[in-house]
Unconditional design. Structure first.
Length: 255
């Protein structure tokens, strides 16, 4: 990924969807955290570094710790934490090392970063379920894939497969509905709807840029997914260079 200071981390906030999309991001050694946030229905993926073979998944859940506003699970190869910041926002951190690295953000204001809301945790046969007053999340016990629905049962997010770690980078893949449209990500040339596009996020002074020039001046790892009158926003809180592939390699996946 990109070079960085020793204080750098990989954080992501996700907004949710269905069909295929993928994002890539970088992390510094073991200081890897995944930050997924749900606002209505959004989805995000991040990944990077294709030179190495990825290690996907952390193994089945071995220990479950219920928290006042979420749940923390441990496997033989890592840890994942899901916290409800608001009834409609989930924060997810995942790391191949335990304990989780420093809990910090250079983008999310402290009040929002530390906000909480009550949750209910249910230990099911195949999943660990988390409920707020507006959303329902199921974490698969075997591979830690996450599925999130709203109060009507509509799918907001569904992991295509487990998070992959590639050296100092990570990759998240989500399903992507055929009728969903994607907007934002900062300064981006080309079509307003980013579906079928791929972008790098790295602030770059691109004088006399063209329609195909990427990256550009302002890289903002936040996008809005719009489908059937409903919008969801996803923010990847990541200080490293990252890339978003929104159905370009596969019409059913985003990375």
């Amino acid at each position: 990924m990109a070079t960085s200071t020793t204080a750098a981390r990989a954080h992501r906030i996700r907004v949710f969807k269905t069909h295929f999309s993928l994002w890539e991001g970088s992390m510094f050694g073991p200081r890897s955290t995944l930050f997924k946030a749900l606002a209505l229905a959004t989805l995000l993926c991040a990944s990077h570094a294709h030179a190495q073979n990825p290690t996907c998944g952390l193994g089945p859940i071995q220990h479950i710790e219920k928290l006042p506003n979420g749940v923390r699970v441990r496997t033989a190869h890592g840890i994942e934490e899901i916290l409800a910041l608001r009834p409609d926002i989930l924060r997810v951190r995942i790391s191949p090392t335990s304990p989780l690295p420093e809990d910090a953000s250079w983008a999310v204001v402290p009040e929002a970063h530390r906000s909480t809301t009550p949750v209910t945790i249910d230990n099911m046969a195949n999943t660990v379920a988390l409920h707020t007053s507006t959303i329902h999340a199921d974490l698969n016990r075997t591979d830690l894939t996450l599925s999130i629905q709203d109060s009507t049962g509509r799918t907001l997010l569904h992991d295509a497969h487990s998070v992959c770690f590639i050296g100092h980078a990570f990759r998240v893949s989500e399903t992507m509905p055929t009728d969903e449209h994607y907007f934002a990500l900062g300064d981006k040339a080309g079509p307003f709807d980013h579906r079928g596009q791929a972008f790098d996020l790295w602030n770059t002074d691109s004088y006399r840029f063209q329609e195909s020039t990427d990256p550009l001046y302002k890289a903002i790892p936040f996008f809005i997914a719009f489908r059937a009158g409903s919008a969801t926003g996803l923010f990847l809180d990541n200080t490293f260079r990252s890339s978003f592939e929104i159905g370009r390699a596969s019409c059913r996946e985003r990375v």
